[in-house]
Write a protein that binds this ligand. Structure first.
Ligand code: SAH
Length: 207
């Protein structure tokens, strides 16, 4: 039997996170309840169980691990920074799930594995707060590799996302949520910042 939402939240809550997050890479962990929501959105659509899943910017692997717990057939996590990737490996080992970890820049991805495709991409990409358009290589890689994409985006930027995707895909589902970020980033002046986000499902338009 598969996990319920609350069970998944609890399992993900226990995972190790970023020890010293790097602002330039927008390293903020997805809080377990939001990660569980995004994953259940995909699960409910039949996009996780038995599927091949790619997690872009996997960080400490919360989305990759959650996808594996919900019955994905094969999960791959890509991350540029080897430090959180080590935590991701420990997290997977602790949960007893098998995940393929790849240390790479998402921007280099489209050429890297010309023969590979995935059923489903999951991601919580940088919002571009530090480096403008940092989310674009994520969207490009997601649409190059995945049939459907589940991402967490800053709600205010959704019109730009739609425009950037253009005729490559179509946003089919949206769930509004709030992301409460701890003040781990030096440029934040308050203890926590609340950001309106949306979990979005993008279906690739096949040419
Ligand atoms: N998926 C994780 C981390 C989200 S934070 C979670 O949901 O908790 C965004 C992640 O993307 C960070 O781990 C950051 O190091 C990574 N990242 C940023 N730019 C990247 C790039 N160009 N290529 C690969 N990973 C990148």
């Amino acid at each position: 039997m598969t996990m319920r939402l609350r069970q998944l939240e609890i399992a993900l809550q226990r995972l190790g996170g970023f020890e010293s997050p790097r602002p330039a890479l927008e390293q903020y962990p997805t809080p377990a309840p939001l990660a569980a929501r995004l994953l259940f959105m995909a699960y409910g659509r039949g996009d996780l169980e038995g599927r091949t899943v790619l997690d872009l910017g996997t960080g400490t692997g919360i989305l990759a691990c959650g996808a594996a717990l919900l019955g994905a057939a094969r999960v791959t996590g890509v991350e540029i920074d080897p430090i959180p990737l080590d935590v991701a490996r420990e997290n997977a080992a602790r949960l007893g799930v098998e995940i393929e970890w790849i240390e790479a820049d998402v921007g280099d991805l489209p050429g890297l594995f010309p023969d590979r495709t995935f059923d489903t991409v999951v991601m919580n990409p940088p919002f571009g707060a530090q480096v403008p358009h940092a989310d674009r290589p994520f969207v490009d890689a997601a649409l190059a590799y995945g049939r459907v994409v589940y991402g967490i985006f800053n709600a205010g930027t959704l019109p730009f996302l739609d425009a950037y995707i253009g005729d490559r895909g179509e946003c089919t589902d949206r769930i509004a949520a709030t992301l409460s970020l701890p003040r781990t980033m030096r440029h934040h002046t308050r203890e926590r910042v609340e950001i309106a986000v949306e979990c979005v499902r993008i279906s690739r338009r096949v040419a």
